[in-house]
Design a protein around this ligand. Structure first.
Ligand code: ATP
Length: 440
């Protein structure tokens, strides 16, 4: 077996996602909607695993973290307070010749248009990325609302409610997974930059004097998280923001970046946000979000450390990181070496021949009842083809039911990465799965 180097490309990931139904263009039969995607059965299963891994990491952090689910729609006043109405925009420029639109900070305006080669730019305008909508049935009762461009604001707005009802004390975290929407000027690179996406955000509320120490703690946790997902850590870096990149209220901010074939790109943002958010919402709503400290008998505004990562962007990253092409007997084997925790299908049951279909189906049903793993029963095509199909969706184990199985109640278990096949007792399968998938 030989392994080809540098085989992964954006085109190959897109093709694999389409071929195997991880991801579809949204509303494809109507021509699609640019920058919006639907997730097929494998994509949905893998995203659920990503959310579960993130949630587990927070629960195992040893810190007090509570989970929350805020609304997607928010009133205009909320976005005014958060600063999004005024400042959440990207610079936009058009080519007057080919009419193509660009983010002005993504291209060199001193040069000619990368699409048509002429230099005919409009002036640069700011474009607000929020989706605005109208709420209310009649013209008189209609008011404006916005689809949230990040999940965090509902956490800040509800901070006091959550703290009181969960009886938490500073420091503690509020975590949320949910959809966010940005009318990106140029959605790019497939799932990397989309208009509808999902975020996993942790807002950690702490004393200002402890915030930078808490930031260090979460940096370490996040490093551990990526390591546990078995990402190639030589392709992960924590890039410190330069002082001119920092928001005025932030004194430290880092991007977790991954090295894609198209360069180092942000995967997650980790930021010390000071007390900016709670102070702004206090000021704009007139409701005091400060906390009373029993020890000093004084009120103080908690500070915030934020960790924010996109589910879809992490999904995309994991596909890049896991993708391999291996040459086997002159043929290419595409294999996704995903961590078992992330793999959408944990094991596939394969009857060797058609005559064994019903016995294999029985085994599939029994194993599904005895475990909570997402299993697949695959009985079409040659066994070699079925192994390849499971390899390219990252299934860690293939269980083959053959003619001996009936006689001695054994099956072969094939390992995705080593391709080694081991004969095991059917009665041992649950333990073997638990061990291989590290769930004891
Ligand atoms: P970028 O500079 O790439 O536009 P950002 O700095 O505006 O990103 P944040 O506001 O920090 O992004 O969002 C936190 C995380 O949410 C990002 O690290 C990314 O994982 C995810 N995210 C943000 N925008 C998008 C998008 N348009 N599509 C997919 N994921 C996104």
């Amino acid at each position: 077996m030989s392994i080809s180097a540098n085989t992964v490309s954006l085109e190959k990931i897109i093709a694999l996602c389409k071929r195997r139904g991880f991801v579809y263009q949204a509303a494809e039969i109507y021509g699609g909607l640019n920058g919006v995607y639907d997730f097929g059965p494998l994509g949905a299963a893998m995203k659920a695993n990503i959310r579960a891994a993130w949630t587990k990491a927070l629960k195992q952090s040893g810190k007090d973290v509570v989970f929350f689910e805020g609304a997607i729609l928010g009133p205009e006043a909320e976005w005014e307070a958060s600063g999004h109405l005024e400042g959440f925009h990207d610079p936009m420029v058009d080519c007057t010749n080919c009419k193509h639109r660009f983010r002005a900070d993504h291209i060199d305006l001193a040069k000619s248009c990368p699409d048509c080669g002429l230099k005919a730019w409009t002036s640069v305008r700011n474009f607000n990325l929020m989706f605005k909508t109208a709420v209310g049935a009649t013209a008189e009762s209609t008011s404006h609302a916005y689809l949230r461009p990040e999940t965090a604001q509902a956490i800040f707005v509800n901070f006091k409610n959550i703290m009181t009802s969960s009886r938490s004390k500073i420091p503690f975290g509020i975590a949320q997974i949910g959809k966010a929407f940005r009318n990106e000027i140029t959605p790019r690179q497939f799932l990397f930059r989309t208009r509808e996406f999902e975020q996993m955000e942790l807002e950690y509320f702490c004393q200002g004097a402890h915030a930078l120490q808490d930031l260090e703690f979460w940096l370490e946790q996040r490093k551990q998280f990526y390591n546990n997902l078995q990402i190639d850590m030589t392709k992960i870096r924590f890039r410190e923001h330069a002082s001119d990149e920092l928001a005025h209220y932030s004194s430290r901010c880092l991007d977790v970046e991954y090295e894609f074939p198209f360069g180092w790109k942000e995967l997650e943002g980790i930021a010390y946000r000071g007390d900016y958010d709670l102070s702004r919402h206090t000021k704009f709503s007139g409701k005091d979000l400060a906390v009373f400290d029993e020890e000093s008998k004084q009120s103080f505004m908690p500070h915030v450390v934020e960790c924010s990562v996109g589910v879809d962007r992490l999904f995309f990253t994991l596909l890049f990181d896991a993708y391999r092409e291996e040459i086997l007997d002159g043929e290419t084997r595409v294999v996704l070496k995903l961590a078992p925790e992330i793999a959408p299908v944990k094991a596939a049951i394969l009857p060797l021949q058609k005559q064994l279909n019903s016995q294999a189906e029985l085994l599939y049903k029994q194993l599904s009842l005895n475990t909570d793993y997402n299993l697949d029963l695959d009985n079409s095509g040659s066994i070699g083809k079925r192994y390849r199909r499971q390899d390219e969706i990252g299934t860690p184990l293939c269980i083959t039911y053959d003619f001996e199985s009936e006689a001695d109640q054994t099956v072969t278990v094939r390992n995705r990465d080593t391709m080694v096949q081991t004969r095991v007792k059917i009665s041992e399968l649950k333990n073997i799965l638990d061990q291989a998938l590290r769930k004891n």
